[in-house]
Design a binder for this molecule. Structure first.
Ligand SMILES: Nc1ncnc2c1ncn2[C@@H]1O[C@H](COP(=O)(O)OP(=O)(O)OP(=O)(O)O)[C@@H](O)[C@H]1O
Ligand SMILES: [Mg+2]
Length: 519
């Protein structure tokens, strides 16, 4: 993370200040203070520079100030902090409050300040705690890596290692898994329903319709079948009455047939009912002809009856089924079709669910792999050794090899002072300082090898205080080491360190009549 410049208005003891950090390049820069009001250096406004940077980046201060405490008491309003960092410009104001951000010249301000802040931190790759653990050391700072709980320590390391992509992946996997789980549940409900349906249809299948019967029910109505049946009945009645007529040959016809058969001269004894002619005695030629006429007339009548019957028989309709069959069939549903469909659908859903379950299980593996226990732990374990090496490298400077520190897998520290194990909380103020300083610098190194978000600036605000002579000497060696590739700002009241700083660049803060200015 490269900070180019910081400027602020009506911030603590300042009315207006501009600091172009880029002009210092790498090296040591002493920040000295002259408080003309009190005659010393305390309260000149040195630490406020650091406050301005932290506030500009994160909207929070180091010394836990509230809004009223930050805004210059004389101005009372119009507080403004502008920082240029990387390709980003952040403008944060109080009284009235606002937060605006531009990235690569494009405004990325969101409707809510919290969302804008998320964008800033995402772009920087660090949050407040990470920045405080890695770039700020000293006065007022309450964020020390060793004071953090294991969870926070892991979070800080994750941040340092830019593991956010792993967490993004993890969130993505979690989301995909839960929507998959929901789909599997949905399918299970459908599978249950299909199974119940299938059992029901199987029970009904014995009384189900054949395809032919179902077609009849579909093609005809009951009324049509009844009409067809009555029509047939009417015709059948007519046919049977014609047949009755044909069968009941009248007595005249029978006698006339007999007379024609026996011929002229045969004996006759009968009376024609239709014309009243008496046949008594020998059959005359005239009577013979009369009889032939009766027989012919009858034959003609029979022929016409037979023609009618033939025609009527032709007209008889073939019923697709009886009325009672139709009534029975139409009361049944064609379940065989539904049964087949349900079985096919069940097979499809089961197959889909097997596939989903497979994918779900596979994502479960990745979920674990990307979890704190998986990949993250693995990465932490890998960097742990690096972190331990670096801590002890810096501790060697600061303690002449008397204190050593190792982090375990859980990032719980194990501290030894002259070969004896000690708890961090039971260390002296000076020992704590040395250990914390070493950890902070080791974390810095991790940043530089991991994601390039390493800060180009380091702030040591009264870091030399309560260090013994060995410690100061070690610190000076360290500062010389660090200045090779960073701008290291040093605020100190320690005469030994201050005298060392004399030969380096200097920023002077002067406070007069309550107002600080930078020169
Ligand atoms: N709202 C405010 N308006 C004006 N001045 C303020 C306001 N809040 C704090 N101050 C003053 O601003 C100054 C802040 O100075 P700062 O903390 O930077 O001191 P310093 O130079 O680091 O001194 P020390 O060496 O004691 O740490 C203090 O004198 C403080 O009293
Ligand atoms: Mg200070």
């Amino acid at each position: 993370m490269k900070i180019h410049s910081i400027s602020f208005k009506n911030f603590y003891s300042y009315h207006e200040a501009d600091l172009d950090l880029s002009k210092y390049a790498s090296g040591l820069v002493g920040i000295e203070g002259i408080n003309k009001d009190s005659g010393g250096s305390n309260g000149a406004g040195k630490s406020v520079i650091l406050e301005a940077i932290v506030f500009a980046l994160f909207g929070r201060t180091i010394r836990k100030s509230n809004e009223a405490a930050m805004v210059n008491v004389q101005a009372k309003r119009g507080m403004e902090v502008i920082i240029k960092v990387e390709d980003m410009v952040i403008i944060r104001k109080r009284k009235p409050s606002s937060l605006n951000v531009w990235i690569a010249g494009e405004e990325r301000t969101q409707a809510h300040a919290s969302t804008t802040q998320e964008i800033i931190e995402q772009h920087l790759g660090v949050d407040y705690k990470t920045f405080m653990s890695a770039a700020v050391f000293g006065q007022h700072s309450t964020v020390d890596f060793l004071d953090a709980n294991p969870d926070d320590k892991r979070k800080i390391i994750n941040n340092f290692l830019n593991l956010s992509y792993i967490f993004d992946k993890k969130a993505d996997i979690k989301e995909r898994r839960s929507s998959m789980r929901a789909k599997i549940r949905e399918n299970e409900v459908l599978i249950n329903k299909l199974n119940t349906d299938i059992a029901k249809y199987e029970g009904m299948s014995g009384q189900s319709l054949t395809e032919h019967q179902a077609a009849i029910v579909r093609s005809y109505t009951l009324e049509q079948i009844i009409d067809m049946r009555s029509d047939n009945w009417g015709k059948e009645r007519t046919i049977s009455s014609y047949n009755d007529e044909i069968r009941s040959v009248p007595s005249d016809v029978r006698n006339a047939r007999k007379a024609v058969k026996n011929g002229v001269g045969s004996d006759q004894s009968w009376t024609c009912k239709s014309c009243g002619t008496k046949f008594d005695g020998k059959l005359t030629q005239e009577q013979y002809d009369h009889c032939v006429g009766i027989v012919d007339e009858w034959e003609d009548k029979v022929k016409s009856f037979k023609d009618h019957v033939k025609q009527l028989k032709k007209e008889l309709k073939r019923l697709p089924c009886t009325v009672s069959e139709y009534q029975k069939w139409s009361s049944l549903s064609p379940v065989d079709g539904i049964l087949a469909d349900s079985r096919a659908e069940l097979e499809e859903v089961l197959e889909l669910n097997y596939q989903l379950q497979d994918k779900y299980d596979m994502l479960g593996f990745w979920d674990k792999a990307f979890s704190e226990k998986g990949l993250v732990r693995y990465v932490i374990r890998t960097v742990r050794d690096y972190l331990n090496d670096k801590c002890n490298f810096y501790l060697a400077y600061l303690t002449q090899g008397q204190v050593s520190l190792t982090f375990d897998d859980e990032l719980v520290e194990n501290i030894e002072v002259v070969g004896r194990e000690r708890h961090y909380i039971s260390l002296s103020g000076g020992e704590k300082r040395k250990v914390n300083l070493a950890v902070m610098l080791a974390l810095q190194s991790i940043l530089s090898v991991s994601n390039g978000t390493e800060s180009n600036v380091l702030f040591f605000d009264e870091v030399a205080e309560n260090l013994d002579e060995h410690g100061i000497r070690g610190l000076i060696d360290l500062l010389y080491e660090l200045r090779k590739d960073k701008t290291v700002f040093v605020i100190t009241h320690n005469p030994h360190l201050a005298s060392h700083m004399e030969s380096h660049k200097k920023i002077t803060i002067t406070k007069e009549q309550g107002i600080s200015t930078i020169s």
